[in-house]
Design a protein around this ligand. Structure first.
Ligand SMILES: Cc1ncc(COP(=O)(O)O)c(C=O)c1O
Length: 354
């Protein structure tokens, strides 16, 4: 109480949003871009996104296959709601961002989890995935680079998973919100291989625009995109018009995206260097994203109690591994704060564990 807390919990990068985005947004406001828009997004932003995806992933999205959404979070929800109905199931690879399971359950589905482990480098086995598929399984959610582990699967493994999905008519929901923070070759669903897919992505991490609430979904066809646009229309009509004008400028802000990526690369290196000093702590060196997910292999270690006590006594907040699946010996450190803060936070974690 009364102490300033070192926040290593939320996935909120502290980098400023690109200046061009803020300017475009201000201009848009002055120019009265303050109205409802098409639910799937203004044509200028849809067009800019298509050009962006073409140059980045060589993917030719048709205008009616793309929907601008309120954050990547809504894109994921809409993808799940479109692919999974009440009484059906969808697979998730754990540890996983908790919203996948919650959203699947919210639409009345069952989340089937495939566990991965630190010993296996957090890589899922296609055999294990196939074993767990049920007749009512309709989708599989993939997320590389992964929150919370920072894992990026090798493109060959990614393709094997897509083959399993195709064999069982699953829709692959590929959540690629962290793709710009990739420090190893990161496969994208847009490179092909999946018969049914929905890509979800966001402006939040790449350009540090979490508060703008703008993301998008790219679908394998018009019908799915129409459903997602209909859901957007039912829920919130459209992303605010001026926010969409700002987002167009983000797509041109390559310098900022590169700066953010390089800073995140450096933060990962620093966090790993500091974690290496802590005896007994093991972790997978992240290939991407903005987190480290260490594990303390001690029978008595309970990450929930640890996180509580770390917050109350040491003023550092982390997220216990149980938030991401059955991982009571792990906890997640977010690298959204400046280097000095990360170093001090990990120093206190070390003190606590010693
Ligand atoms: C894996 C993953 N997907 C999607 C999101 C959604 O981000 P946003 O709604 O800000 O685009 C997050 C946010 O932390 C995330 O970690």
């Amino acid at each position: 109480e009364g102490k300033k807390v070192i926040r290593l919990d939320v996935g909120n990068p502290d980098f400023p949003a690109p200046a061009a985005v803020v300017e475009a947004w201000q201009e848009a406001l002055k120019g009265q871009k303050t109205h409802y828009t098409e639910s799937r997004g203004i044509p200028e932003l849809v067009g800019a996104l298509r050009a962006y995806l073409k140059s980045k992933s060589h993917f030719d999205a048709k205008p009616d296959e793309l929907v601008v959404t309120v954050g990547g979070r809504f894109a994921v929800y809409a993808a799940i709601a479109t692919a999974v109905k009440e009484g059906e199931s969808a697979m998730i690879i754990e540890p996983a961002w908790p919203a996948y399971k919650e959203q699947i359950e919210f639409v009345g589905g069952k989340a089937i989890s495939v566990q991965t482990s630190l010993e296996d480098g957090w890589g899922p086995s296609p055999e294990k995935i196939e074993e767990r598929i049920r007749p009512n399984t309709k989708a599989i959610v993939l997320n590389y680079p992964s929150n919370p582990t920072g894992k990026i699967v090798k493109p060959s493994l990614f393709r094997e998973i897509l083959e399993v999905a195709n064999d069982h008519n699953l829709t692959v929901i590929s959540d690629e919100v962290y793709d710009s923070y990739s420090f190893a070759p990161c496969p994208s669903i847009l490179e092909g291989g999946a018969e049914r897919f929905i890509l979800t992505s966001s402006f939040s991490k790449t350009w540090s625009m979490t508060g703008f609430r703008v993301g998008y979904a790219v679908c394998d066809g018009r019908q799915t995109a129409e459903k997602i646009a209909m859901l957007a229309s039912l829920m919130y009509t459209s992303v605010p018009e001026f926010i969409q004008y700002g987002a167009i400028k983000a797509l041109e802000s390559e310098e900022e995206a590169t700066r953010n990526r390089e800073q995140m690369r450096e933060r990962i290196a620093i966090a790993c260097r500091e974690l290496d000093r802590i005896h007994g702590l093991k972790y997978y060196r992240p290939d991407g994203a903005m987190y480290v997910f260490p594990e303390l292999r001690e029978e008595s270690f309970d990450s929930s109690g640890f996180a509580d006590s770390l917050l109350n006594e040491n003023a550092v907040s982390v997220i216990p591994g149980t938030g991401f699946g059955n991982y009571p010996r792990c906890f997640r450190i977010s690298l959204g704060s400046p280097k000095e803060v990360i170093v001090e936070g990990i120093r206190r974690i070390g003190e606590k564990i010693a």
